[in-house]
Design a protein around this ligand. Structure first.
Ligand SMILES: [Zn+2]
Length: 135
């Protein structure tokens, strides 16, 4: 996984630098659904700390954010972004997809999600980020 040059600065809560890094990493597209030209915001998966945890943050469009917030009311098509996010080269984005999937109460409604889970390889780095998202 790429190391962040701006990471230590981000730790000091340098929001501007942090935002720039997010723009660079996401190439100004939503990291979850891959759409460009939408307004994006930084979304921290899991608990929100005083200092943002860079490795739990994803750059997301408003639509994806809305879906995450009312996950268990989301329709089949609303969740299609997971199919994009899970193949991201960024472990954080992959972990975000896995975390979101784990929060869906009735996964049996979406057989394709189970298929997706069968295909994805979870290495130790990815597992670590997933763990951090849980708390
Ligand atoms: Zn999106």
């Amino acid at each position: 996984m790429a190391k962040w040059t701006g990471r230590s600065k981000a730790r000091k809560n340098n929001i501007v630098e942090f935002g720039k890094e997010m723009v660079r990493r996401s190439k100004s597209t939503c990291e979850l659904c891959g759409e460009s030209g939408r307004s994006l915001s930084v979304y921290e998966i899991g608990k929100t700390d005083e200092n943002a945890d860079f490795e739990r943050c994803v750059h997301v469009c408003d639509e994806c954010k809305d879906t995450i917030k009312k996950l268990n009311k989301a329709g089949e098509n609303d969740l299609r972004f997971l199919n994009h996010a899970i193949w991201s080269e960024e472990n954080t984005v992959k972990a975000a997809a896995l975390h979101i999937i784990s929060e869906i109460e009735d996964r049996s409604r979406y057989s394709w999600i189970e298929d997706l889970m069968d295909m994805v390889y979870i290495d130790n780095d990815l597992k670590d980020i997933c763990e951090r998202m849980k708390h």
